[in-house]
Each structure stands twice: as C-alpha cells, then as structure tokens.
Design a protein around this ligand. Structure first.
Ligand SMILES: [Ca+2]
Ligand SMILES: [Ca+2]
Length: 356
C-alpha cells in the first residue's frame, strides 16, 4: 500500500511547476474534443513497488491481493486499486499465468473535467503475453464498469501478433463522455502469461495515465506500478532475507524441485520480548492434519533457541526474550504440499521493559 503524504504531494507539485515550456506536448482526443489538445504539464508520480514470490507450482490463495494507490492535490484526486489473483503454473497448456484486475480507477477534478484514462502493461521480457478479458467490452454481457467513460482503444499481445516486438503487452484506453468531473473504470481484467521458466523474475510496469482539464490548462498524471514476481533467494542462513516487524507472506513447497526452505533475519534489541506467529492466509484450507510448517528461531550466534511445528491444532506462536541484540534468524521448512504462509513478528515488551 502506498499513500502519498502531504509533503510528497507538495514535492510533486513543486516539481510540476518547473516542467519547461519546451516539453509541451500535443495529444489527440478523438471523442469529446475535436482535434489535438496541448498538455501543459505531465506529472509522473513515484513508482509504487509491488512484489510477489513466484511459486514453483499452483498458488492457490482465497481472495485476491490488493494494491491501493492514492494521489490527490487541490485540483485532482486519483484512486487506483489493482489486484492479482492465483498463479497457475500451466494455464490451458500455455504455461504459467496470473490474472491482474483493475478493481477500480476513479478520478475526480475540482474544476474542469477528466479527458481520458489509460492503463498499460509493459515488460521487456519478449515472450510474455496478455489477454484483456471481456474484450467485447461494449457487448451486453460485459462485466467491466465504466462511468462517464467509453473505450477508445484496446490492444493486447494475445490478439495482436504485430505487438510481438513491442514491450507493450496490453493497453486499455478510455475517453470521457461529456465533460465529467468524475469518472470510474472498474472490473477490468488482464490475463498475463509469463511464458518463462520458474527461475525467471518478471518486472511488469503497470502505468496509469490520466488527462484532465483543470479549468485553465490540460495536464497529464502518470502513476507507474512496478510488479515483480520471481523465486526467492533465501535458501541458507547466509542468504537470509531481511524482514521487519509486521506481516510477511511467503511460499514454500516441500517437493524436491520446489522451494524447500526460507530463511529470514530480523534485527532485535537486547531486553525486548518478541512474539513470532505462524499462520496460513484466512480461509486457506490445510489439507493435512498435524503436518505443516516447522519454524526455528536462531540467536545471533546461529544457535536454535526455539522451534514450533505448525499444522492444524498446534502451537502457532513462540516468544523470544532477546539476549543479545543483533540479527536473529528464522527458518521455515517442512511442508508436504505447496503452501502460502504468514509470519507475523511483533514486540511484546520493549528493551526498556515497557509493555507494548
Ligand atoms: Ca519461499
Ligand atoms: Ca526459499
């Protein structure tokens, strides 16, 4: 989740003022406006980083994984909620794929109107492809929701072989109807085929572009989201992945070719009391009773100080009294089937003895 605080918004606003006149661009909107318009300012927001661990095989988790992005100034507000669903290792015989969803993109302007909303999925990897679901988007059976918008152009590599040498895998362009001060694009969906071996890490750029008129000039906002999905690299104490307090969701697979073990390190202070809990995502049905994930806790000398075995009806958390300060390690392993699991680490007592 990323929310811009007031200072970031101000920084972006200041940045926007210094865009030189020389970069003014023209932009053609065929729908509401006749002829090209001039964009006086393009504001590219800080990219939002969104990461998932790539499972060896099927990744089945109830519900979708959401990312929410917000941007607002005195003249425009943009809210974007994206989701990514199950990872399927062989989607209809076409290899590994996931669904991306545009849960909603809503834009409102204080004065003036919204002109267009466009979403692109780009990646440099040459073999990946995409299908925009509900391609008959204006047909009666469509499920996409458009308020004050209509589809202007839609391309995806799944249907457009001419895009084979292009980094754009899918693109959905909409333009506004009338001159609305509020628009909504919701329920869009893109099936993304990775077409790569398990050990490949993908970096997909999901860029949303909004053009609006603020009552005086036309402006464009670009919000990039960088989605990364690849296998972990945390398979030994030396390669332990650094985590902080809070929730960390990850994946293990006990089969020989899978992801057999995950190591983490967390910096703890002398005198703290820490609880570390292990669980599965809500609603996840554990198929085996009494067998699940084993977790070990190591002190900075790399000696095991605690362990638990998590399955159904077993202990779900351990308490650690920190002595000495330093990098403490966690190891998770021993699953028979592929599982997503959650580690939650939190402070019970601070280093000053304060109950938290
Ligand atoms: Ca893992
Ligand atoms: Ca691992």
């Amino acid at each position: 989740m990323k929310k811009l605080n007031g200072r970031e918004v101000k920084a972006l606003f200041v940045l926007s003022i210094v865009v030189p006149i020389g970069v003014l661009a023209t932009f053609r909107l065929a729908g509401i406006l006749q002829g090209p318009i001039t964009i006086s300012e393009t504001i590219t927001l800080e990219p939002v980083i969104w990461k998932r661990e790539r499972p060896y095989l099927l990744w089945r988790i109830p519900g979708n994984h959401l990312l929410e992005v917000n941007h607002s100034t005195h003249e425009v507000a943009l809210t974007e909620v994206l989701w990514v669903s199950d990872y399927d290792d062989n989607w209809f015989g076409r290899g590994p794929a996931t669904d991306f969803g545009i849960y909603n993109i809503s834009v409102s302007v204080q004065s003036g109107f919204v002109c267009s909303v466009k979403v692109d999925f780009d990646e440099e990897y040459p073999w990946s492809f995409a299908y925009i679901h509900h391609s008959e988007i204006n047909a009666p059976n469509t499920t996409i929701v458009l308020a004050n918008l209509k589809v202007d152009k839609m391309i995806d590599r799944g249907k457009n072989p001419q895009l084979l040498r292009d980094n754009t895998k899918a693109s959905l362009s909409t333009i506004s109807i009338g001159k609305p001060n509020r628009v909504l694009l919701a329920n869009g969906s893109v099936l993304y085929g990775y077409n790569s071996p398990y050990n490949h890490t993908h970096q997909i750029q999901i860029a949303t572009e909004v053009v609006y008129f603020n009552g005086t000039v036309y402006k464009k906002i670009v919000q990039p989201v960088q989605f990364t999905i690849g296998p972990d690299n945390n398979n030994s104490l030396e390669d332990a992945e650094e985590i902080g307090f809070g929730i960390h969701e990850a994946y293990l697979d006990g089969r020989a070719e899978g992801d057999l073990v995950d190591y983490y390190k967390i910096w703890l202070e002398q005198g703290q009391t820490i609880k570390i809990a292990l669980s599965y995502p809500e609603g996840y049905d554990i198929p085996l009773i009494g067998i699940g994930i084993e977790m070990c806790v190591y002190n900075p000398n790399k000696q095991i100080v605690s362990s638990l075995l998590y399955g159904k009806n077993t202990t779900t958390q351990v308490t650690v009294n920190v002595n000495p300060a330093g990098w403490w390690y966690l190891k998770t392993n021993f699953v028979v089937s592929p599982y997503t699991y959650i580690i939650e680490t939190f402070i019970v007592t601070s280093q000053n003895g304060e109950q938290l």
